[in-house]
Structure formats: structure tokens, C-alpha cells
Write a protein that binds this ligand. Structure first.
Ligand SMILES: [Zn+2]
Length: 236
């Protein structure tokens, strides 16, 4: 990586087109009448791509091949040539590999990188194993809010609840009361109890809701809050 940044500082990116002439802009033009349809990349981009794929290939090697160590040397199988192995030495300050890429560049080749990866995976200094995993992050899907529908639903929910609950409770048949002080019907008791739980209010604060239910005709008479509590505690 070091030599690349140095290269980038010293010279501007140069257009790579074979057989072309250098123009005053410092780039190379394809000869007249000849169109080079190959994608034009800068030398820097080309080297960067090579470095990326070198690391990529090192990962592939570390994942796919067994790297054997013997007498301080790591034998890394060649990706291209069957049964061919390159010898890698990892020193404290330098590395060595006997492959052509390393001989040419004297910087870590894919074999050196693969050995480093394998060592890192197999043994940390404290003897624990580091397993590097690629975690796929699933983007949370969000849906646009339909605000008018949301507002309508939220603002009328309690109305609908009362209506539906009244319908549901009206079917409850209670015993016919023949004597004593008139009591709340079983249907109304059930309505009050369920509505109280739904409201989330204490029995006293729930009284406003009950008065409203009374005005709407869901309960004949607004009961005392103790009656609501009794209805909740005594299911009969
Ligand atoms: Zn190598």
C-alpha cells in the first residue's frame, strides 16, 4: 500500500491506452482511426483494483486451503497450479514468499496475506481463537405512513370500541330480577367492566367515559364507580 500512495502523490493518474501518443495533458490518446473499446482506467485505479483483489484472493486461499507450517515456513497451495505450493516466511519485521508476485514487488502477496489471516484466525496472543464473520445487515423496511387513515383510526377508535362492545354485551342474558333495589343488568355490567379495562383509567377517572357512554345510549344509567369495581371482581 505504501508505494501506491507515494506513486499517487508524485504523478497524476495516467490514461492507459496501448500504442497511443502522449498529448499535452499528460495523458495518452489512442491513435487516430483506431478506437479502443476497452474500458479506460488510470494506472492508479488498476493498481488499486489489483490490491483489492489480492486481499480478496488471500481470503479465498485462507478459506479454501489448508496452510501447513514446517520449520518456520508456511506452505501455501497455488490457486492456479495444482500441487504447487509457495513457501512463506513471516518475520517480526518482514515477510517473504517465493512466488513471482513477491519477487517482483517485494510487498505482501496474496500468500503472505493468507498466512497472516490464518495465523490471526487460529491463535491470538492470549490463546483464544478469533473468528471473523461477515454479518449481513438487513435493512429495516419502512412503510410510508398514511396519515389521514392513521388519524381517523386513532381519533375514532374509542367510538368504535364502545359500539362493538355494546353489540357484544347486549347478547348477554342475565337472570330476571324480581325483588330488591334495581341492579345493573349483566350485559351492562360486562360492558362497564370491559370498557373500564380498555380505558386504562382508575374507576373514579373512568366515570367521565361512562357518562359519555350513557349519553350515547350504551348504558341506561351511569353506575357508581364501586359498582364497576364490583362487576370486575365478581364475574357472576
Ligand atoms: Zn506469494
Amino acid at each position: 500500500m505504501r508505494h501506491i500512495s507515494a506513486f499517487n502523490k508524485k504523478a497524476p493518474p495516467v490514461l492507459v491506452t496501448p500504442n497511443g501518443a502522449v498529448n499535452p495533458r499528460g495523458t495518452v490518446d489512442a491513435p487516430k482511426g483506431q478506437f479502443d473499446l476497452r474500458p479506460t482506467v488510470t494506472r492508479f485505479q488498476a493498481m488499486e483494483a489489483t490490491v483489492d483483489s489480492r486481499e480478496q484472493r488471500a481470503l479465498e486461499i485462507a478459506d479454501r486451503f489448508r496452510i501447513v507450517e514446517s520449520n518456520g515456513q508456511f506452505f501455501v497451495p497455488s490457486q492456479k497450479i495444482a500441487n504447487k505450493k509457495y513457501a512463506v516466511r513471516i518475520g517480526r519485521a518482514s515477510e517473504f514468499c517465493n512466488c513471482p508476485d513477491f519477487e517482483l514487488r517485494h510487498t505482501p502477496c496474496k500468500h503472505v496475506l493468507a498466512v497472516r489471516l490464518t495465523i490471526q484466525r487460529e491463535l491470538n496472543f492470549d490463546g483464544t481463537t478469533t473468528v471473523t464473520e461477515t454479518v449481513e445487515v438487513t435493512k429495516r423496511t419502512t412503510y410510508p405512513q398514511d396519515w389521514p387513515a392513521y388519524n381517523t383510526a386513532q381519533t375514532t377508535e374509542k367510538d368504535h370500541f364502545q359500539m362493538l362492545l355494546h353489540d357484544l354485551c347486549s347478547g348477554i342474558q342475565g337472570p330476571i330480577q324480581t325483588n330488591g333495589r334495581p341492579r345493573m343488568s349483566l350485559a351492562e355490567s360486562a360492558f362497564c367492566a370491559a370498557f373500564k379495562v380498555y380505558s386504562g383509567f382508575s374507576a373514579r377517572r373512568f366515570m367521565s367515559d361512562l357518562r359519555e357512554a350513557n349519553e350515547r345510549g350504551y348504558v341506561e344509567k351511569v353506575p357508581h364507580f364501586n359498582s364497576v369495581l364490583n362487576a370486575l371482581e365478581n364475574p357472576s
